[in-house]
Design a protein around this ligand. Structure first.
Ligand SMILES: [Zn+2]
Length: 104
């Protein structure tokens, strides 16, 4: 049987806590609860994700973090014309593929 947690039950444990998002005081029945309601939890997670992405994009723009999401067609250093020598062509393609991280 599922026991419903109520304040009237003397065996129910509860804690008085402050919401991590809005700072409101609320009653919680589980120790791990950090937010007063589901909306506060959702907004808090949304803000954490936004902060993470801002930090990540700043690192990518500063060149400290390498990401392939900004690589578009035409961003390689390969020339428009192929080498006549097959071996040189193969080596330049291999070098470029290594540089952009397609092969190791
Ligand atoms: Zn709250």
């Amino acid at each position: 049987m599922l026991l419903k947690k109520t304040l009237n039950d003397p065996q129910t444990r509860f804690y008085i806590s402050k919401c991590k998002y809005c700072g409101r005081v609320f009653i919680k029945f589980e120790n791990k609860t950090g937010y007063c309601r589901e909306a506060c939890r959702t907004w808090a997670v949304r803000e954490q994700k936004a902060r993470y992405q801002q930090k990540r994009r700043k690192l990518i723009n500063d060149g400290e973090l390498i990401s392939n999401e900004n690589n578009k067609l035409g961003t390689t250093y390969l020339s428009n014309h192929r080498h006549d020598d097959f071996k040189r062509e193969y080596l330049s393609i291999h070098k470029e593929a290594k540089r952009i991280g397609v092969i190791l």
